[in-house]
Ligand binder design. Sequence first.
Ligand SMILES: [Zn+2]
Ligand SMILES: [Zn+2]
Length: 799
Amino acid sequence: MTEPRLVGKRWKKEFEDPIREGWRDKKAYKFHPGTRKPVFSIDTPPLYVNTPVHMGHATTYTIMDMIARFRRMTGFEVLFPLGLDRNGLPIEVAAERKFKVSISQIPREKFIELCKKMLEDSSLESIESLYRLGHSYSSWDTGTDIGDIYYTDSEEYRKLTQNTFIDLWNMGLIYMDKKVNNYCPVCRTTIADSEIEYKDFHTTFNYVKFKVRETGNTITIGTTRPELLAACKMVLFNPKDDRYKKLEGKTAIVPLYNIEVPIKAHPYAKIESGTGLVMMCSFGDYTDIRFFREMNLEPVFLINSRGLMNEDAGFLEGMSIEDARKDIIVRLESEGLIEKQEKILHRAPICERSKTEIEFIAMPEYYLKQMDFVPEIRKLSNRIRFYSPKSKQILLDWVNSLSMDWAISRRRYYATEIPLWYCKNCSTPVVPPKGRYYKPWKENPPIEKCTRCGSIEFEPETRVFDTWFDSSISPLYILGYGSDNKFFGKAFPCSLRPQGKEIVRTWLHYTLLRCYQLTKKPVFDDVWIHYHVLDEKGLKMSKSLGNMIDPMDIIERFGAEPFRIWCALEGNITLSDIKCSFERIDGASKFLTKLWNVARFVSIFKPSKKGIRLYETDKWILKELDKLVKKTRDCYKKYDFHNPIVAIKHFIWETFASHYIELVKSRAYNQGNKFTKPEQKAAIYTLNKVLEELLLLLYPIACFITHRIYKDVFRGDIDREEFPKPNPRLAKTRLRFKTEDLMELNSRIWKRKKNKGLSLKAPIKHAILPRKFKRIEKDLKEAHSIEKLDYGKRFYLRL
Ligand SMILES: [Zn+2]
Ligand SMILES: [Zn+2]
C-alpha cells in the first residue's frame, strides 16, 4: 500500500489562494485574438462602477465563469471581458454629493473634472470579490490591477458610440423632433419609456365643480391633478352614459381660470370612474397624450424643464408641482369649488433612477427610429436561441408595447457627447467624419464654412447620449467593430449575451436594434436571461431592507468553492428567482469533503496505462460514467449547471462511492493475491479513470478543488485539459445486468447483515444469486465475503 498522492486530509479554503495566484501569474485566461481556434465571446454586463458587487452579481457572474471555463475546455478561445459602466447620471449624482456642488451652478468643464476625480477615487475593491471567486475574465491581467477591464467612458468606447451615431445619421435613422415625452424634473432630462417604472402613490381624488356655460348648471369632475386645470382642453363623458347625454355639444367653464372648453362624448371617459366625467389636460398621463394626438389638440405646457409651474399656470407660476397642487386645492376649497375629496392609491409612472414621478413635456430631442424596426426585431428574435426559451417572450412583450421612437438625447454632462454642430446662420447640422472622439462643446467643427450658406460661425450641440446608446453597442465594442475588422469578421456574431430579465427592455432590446441597424444581422447566437437572487425569506436584497450580503463575507467564511457549488446546485436561475442562505452555502462544503475523501482513496492506487483488460464491474461503472458525461456536456452547452451538478453529486455518492468502490476495493488492494494482476490493474485503472473524468466534469463549476486534486493525483494542469466526450464504444457495451439490479442486490445483502446486527464484512456461508451477476462473481464474493456462491432464480443468503 502506498501513500495517497492527494496531499492533505481535507479540503481547506486556504488551498484556494495559491491556485488563484497561479492563474494570475501565468495569465491563464488571456485572450489571443490571433488564435486559430473558434472564438466564443461573452458580452458580460459592464458592472456599474459605483455600486458594490452584491450577491446577485456574485452568483450570476460566477455562472458566466462556468460557461467560460466549459467553452475553453471544448476547444474555444474564450473572450470573457469585464467592463465597467462609468457613464451617466449616477456618476454625476455621486460627484455632486461627494464635492457638494450642483451641476447647474458650475461650468461644464469643471463639473466633468469632478466626475473624473470621483471616478479615480472610486474603489475597485468590489471587483476583488469577483477575483476571489475564481472568475476567469480574459481582462484579468495582474490580479486586481484592472488590466484590460474596459470602461464605457473611455475615449475608445465613446469614439465607437459616436461613430455608430454618425453611421445611423447618414443612414437617415436619426431625426430631431419636439414631441411630448417622459420628462424627469429631478434628472432634468427627457427619458425613454424603458427607463420608467410604476409605483402606487397615496393621493387625493378631488371632485371639482365646473359650470356649464349654456345652462348655468354645475357639473363635477374628479381629478388627481387639479394643478393642471389651466391645461384643460376638453371635458368627456362616455357615449353610453345616459346621465350626461344632454351635455353633448355644450361648453364647460374651467374654474379659477374661466377657460371655456367643449364637452364631448368619448369612450376614454369611463362610466364607473369618479362622476363619469373626465377633464383632458396636457398632460396628466399617457391617455391624455394619446387623446391629444388623436383629436389633434394643441397642448398647453404648464411645467418647465426644472419641474416648476410656468407663466401659463397663472397664479401657480414658479411653484413646484407639489406646492401648486396644494395651493390650488386651498383656492378651490375657499371658493366652494370642491364637492368632496377621496384618498386613493394612484398608480403613476416614475423615473427609474430618481424614483420621482415623471411629467410629460415637449422638448426638442433626437430620436432613433425603432418603430419601423419592430417587425425586424420580432423576426430577429427567432434567429437567436434564448435560455430559457420562455424568456424570449419578455422581449416580445416589450417590443409589442412600444409606441414611439427612442429619444436618445439627454441634457446632462458626464456622458458621450452628441457629435454635431450647427451653422449659426442657417442651422444646418455639421456631422463630423468618423474616426475620433469629439467634444463639440469645447471644440470647433471640422469644417471652416457652412456648406449651405457659407457662414463661418457655428454653434455646438451641447447634449449627450442616453447611456443605453453607449451600452447597446457593447458586443460590437468587444469584438473590435470598426477597430479590428479582421477579428470582427471572424468573431461576429457574439456567442452569448448573459443578462438579467429586468434589463431585457433596455439593454437587450436596444442592443438588438442598434446592432441590427448597423450590421443587418442578429448580434448574438445565444441569450441567457437570469432571474434574481433573493434573501432567505424571498425578499429582494436592498440597502434599505438591510438584508444585503457582501459576497466577501461568504468568501471569508467558506472560501469561494462552496459558493460556486451552491450557485450551480441551488436551482435554475433561468427559470425563477433563487434564495440565498449561509446555511445552504455551508452545506455545499459537504460535497467538497466527499469529493476529497473519494479522491484521496483513489489516489492510493497508481494506475498503469498498458495492458488493461476490463472486468465486467469496470465496464459497468465506465458505462454509467459515460452517460453522465453525455448529460453534463449537453446541459453545459445549454448553460444549465444545475442538473449536471445534481447528477454528478448523485453519481459520486450513490453510484461510485457506495457501489463501485465497495465492489472493487479488495481487487484494488489485492491482499493475499486473490485476484490476478490484470484484474487488479483493471480496477486501479478504472478507479483513476472515473476520478479523472469526474474532475473534468466538475472543473467548470468547482475550479479550485478540481485543480488541486488533478495536480496532486494526475500531475497535470486541469486548465489545459479537454472536456470529456461520450465514448460510443462504451455506449454500445452490453452488460448482463442493469444498474438498478446491481444496486438492489448490494443493498439487500447489506440490509440482511445489518438486520442481524452483523458487520458488513461478516461472512455469508452460502448465497444463491441471479445468474446475470456471474461475470462479476469475484468482486461480489470479495465485497460481501461470500464463501459459497451458486446461481439460481431465487435470492438466498445463509449467514
Ligand atoms: Zn429622474
Ligand atoms: Zn449655414
